[in-house]
Design a protein around this ligand. Structure first.
Ligand code: CP
Length: 361
């Protein structure tokens, strides 16, 4: 891929580009991400490099000496965690990732406590953060704000990397990275992430994690994607168009029970009623057939895994939590390792970690 520079393109033509044509503007010369905005930035080679780095970090972090080594790596860097939308896992795992690497952090979690409350624009706020920090990790309800921020800062005197930690209903690329890492780890001793069926269940229309993971899975050979939802919550056409273009086998259905025995991984999601256009809209949709409990567990293959980006509501019964196929707690912890790897790669210290791993483990 030939890199392009954001300073050479105005915002309007940049924002009008299809995502795959934006990618060359977001990467560093060595093929690693500078800004992480879209799942589509990651091809198989980069995913392989990133998941291996996450595993190396996990190994290194097991000892005190290893933790001290990691802690020194980028202790000269500061990261701003700008989360103007609620989050537990993404916020805490990014915070932990920064702590592991020695990156110091600042945070805004409620814009009522920042000068946005006095009418300052989001653009001016992030411009302010760039005066004090070396990276912005941002979650926002607005689709496209992370992208605009990346373009704006790249065209300022203080260009710093932006990591999209969830933008509107659109993208959650680092969630998809941790999901891929979980799938790769789960199947690494039984043939790898290839020739598998991944079944997505729930609110697929408004779940940004599903959109991003569907894109990333197209990098792996022969991964069939099945979308199970009540009709109003079924996956959007742009995701299906991407699968058609790439020749990926897929199917949409509302028959959850029939799809369980064919699944290698089931990816449950909650109803995203915070996006309802009118109050109570989602509660009128019958989602009771899209729940996973002990009855569904009996239909699940012995090697298959049950995933969920969390938070959950009633779509997964707590009665299945202790089954070894219930992967969602490990999936959540994997988020810390893959986000540590992404930050390390963005700041260019991945080779030092690799070297330490090779010499000490
Ligand atoms: N999966 C996820 O994004 O969780 P949080 O909303 O708690 O960050």
């Amino acid at each position: 891929m030939t890199n392009k520079r954001m300073v050479d393109i105005a915002w309007e033509p940049f924002s009008a580009l299809p995502v795959d044509q934006k990618t060359p503007y977001l990467m560093q010369p060595d093929g690693t991400p500078y800004h992480t905005l879209f799942a589509q930035q990651f091809d198989y080679a980069l995913l392989d490099r990133l998941t291996q780095l996450a595993s190396e970090i996990r190994g290194v972090a097991k000892t005190r000496a290893g933790m001290c080594f990691l802690h020194e790596l980028v202790c000269h860097k500061r990261a701003m965690l700008y989360f103007s939308q609620p989050s537990s896992r993404t916020f805490l795992s990014f915070l932990s990732a920064c702590q592991i690497l020695g990156v110091q952090t600042g945070e805004v979690r409620d814009t009522a406590t920042s000068s946005e409350f006095k009418g300052e624009s989001r653009e001016d706020s992030v411009r302010t953060f760039s005066s004090y920090f070396d990276m912005i990790i941002m979650r926002t309800p607005e689709k496209g704000l992370a992208e605009h921020t990346a373009w704006m800062l790249s065209n300022s005197e203080r260009p710093i990397p932006i990591i999209n930690a969830g933008s509107g209903q659109d993208q959650h690329p680092t969630q998809a990275l941790l999901d891929i890492y979980t799938l790769v780890r789960s199947f690494e001793h039984i043939g790898g992430l290839r020739d598998r069926t991944v079944v997505f269940v729930g609110d697929l229309a408004r779940g940004r994690t599903v959109r991003s993971l569907s894109y990333l899975l197209t990098n792996y050979p022969n991964i069939r994607q099945v979308f199970i939802a009540p009709q109003p919550l079924q996956i959007c056409d742009d995701v299906l168009a991407n699968l058609r273009n790439k020749g990926v086998e897929h199917r949409c259905s509302d028959d959850f029970r029939a799809s369980i025995p064919e699944a290698d991984a089931i990816y449950m999601t909650r109803v995203q009623d915070e996006w309802d256009k009118e109050k109570g809209e989602s509660s009128r949709i019958d989602t009771s057939r899209f729940h996973f409990g002990p009855e569904q567990l009996k239909l699940l293959q012995p090697h298959a895994i049950l995933m969920h980006p969390l938070p959950r509501r009633e779509e997964i019964s707590t009665a299945v939590d202790r089954d070894p196929r219930a992967m969602y707690w490990r999936q959540m912890r994997n988020g810390m390792w893959i986000r540590t790897a992404l930050i390390a790669m963005t700041f260019g210290c991945d080779k030092r970690i690799h070297e330490y791993y090779r010499q000490n483990l």
